[in-house]
Design a protein around this ligand. Sequence first.
Ligand SMILES: NC(=O)c1ccc[n+]([C@@H]2O[C@H](COP(=O)([O-])OP(=O)(O)OC[C@H]3O[C@@H](n4cnc5c(N)ncnc54)[C@H](O)[C@@H]3O)[C@@H](O)[C@H]2O)c1
Length: 366
Amino acid sequence: MRTVSVELPTHRYPIHIGLAALAALPKMLGDSSSIAIIVDDAVLSSVGEAAAALARQVCSKVALFPLRSSEDAKSISTAEGVLRAMADTGHDRRCCVVAIGGGIVGDIGGFVAATYMRGLAWLQVPTTLLAMVDASVGGKTGVNLRMENGTLAKNMVGAFWQPRGVIADVSFLSTLPSRQISCGLAECVKHSMIADASLMQWISENSRSILAADPDILEVLVARNVAIKAAIVAQDETEQGSRALLNLGHTFGHAIESVWSAEVLHGEAVSIGLVAASAAAVSAGLREAECLDPLRSLLESLGLPTRLPRTIRARVLSNAMGLDKKRRGGSITLILPDGDGHARVVTQADFKNINAGWAAVGAEVD
Ligand SMILES: NC(=O)c1ccc[n+]([C@@H]2O[C@H](COP(=O)([O-])OP(=O)(O)OC[C@H]3O[C@@H](n4cnc5c(N)ncnc54)[C@H](O)[C@@H]3O)[C@@H](O)[C@H]2O)c1
């Protein structure tokens, strides 16, 4: 097992990574009056029950709150349902929340922990690759908001609320569908593009073992990615500056998700967004056009899309970007790669470059 420490100015916590890492749970629960396990339905009978049995070793009051995972269910009303059930069953301020599941249940569970009685201790137990390498690191919690016009504003309501610790047990990934493994890899490629070009090479060389869910390789993959994200978060916990680099591909990606929420998974939208951001960087003169083909080939070899599901006008997608929180004061802020393993924040991005990004992934620019 490996441990990466997240070193924040006021708080540090461990991320345990490896096979059988779940065994660390009882020690991490501390002296809690009760334990509220908010768990993804998909892993209730496997991870949820195992975690509950471990929790009962240290606390007599352990309750399971199963949730169905979908972007629509990542809502205030789902969070409210859990909050009400916790209040009904008498959980107090010394309760510890354990959020078990992918990024959706992690984000909801963290939001519940951040808001119940003005904040509870919580642990994250990610069970998807995306949640292990990204969503469980850094304390962003929250839910989506369905707007009056029907579009989904992603992560519009939430809080920064750091967990007491994270357990990334790679054995959980053995049941994860390959499409979901690929989604996690989109975030890994993103990390390599902003912070570590050698990681991209390593992913390319080990792609077969990763896609076959080899636990030893997955442990290295998760640890390398967690270390990158933890270092960025440590410098800028609440995203006032450099943490925004982690949004590479996401401003394009969130627009894609808001248009095709039923068809495109988050990691797939990020994959298309990484290509769009790279093409925008080429248009802005930050990168050579030659960077695009190797990126597309790598993403496609990892089972990820690099084009929009259907042709659509770029204007529709640019309008959808307006819902993204990275848009400030009428202009769009983009993260653009400007070298191997390096990216920069570009405020007031030029629409010519945004359109070049959309065109590169198959949108019609008029
Ligand atoms: N908080 C953050 O910093 C952060 C960062 C990145 C993404 N996110 C959020 O994460 C969400 C996406 O997370 P995700 O990709 O993990 O999706 P997800 O939570 O929907 O999980 C994907 C699917 O896998 C299932 N599943 C989970 N674990 C499983 C397992 N071990 N075996 C079999 N099936 C399993 C789930 O039920 C779901 O159907 C998005 O809502 C995104 O906004 C948050």
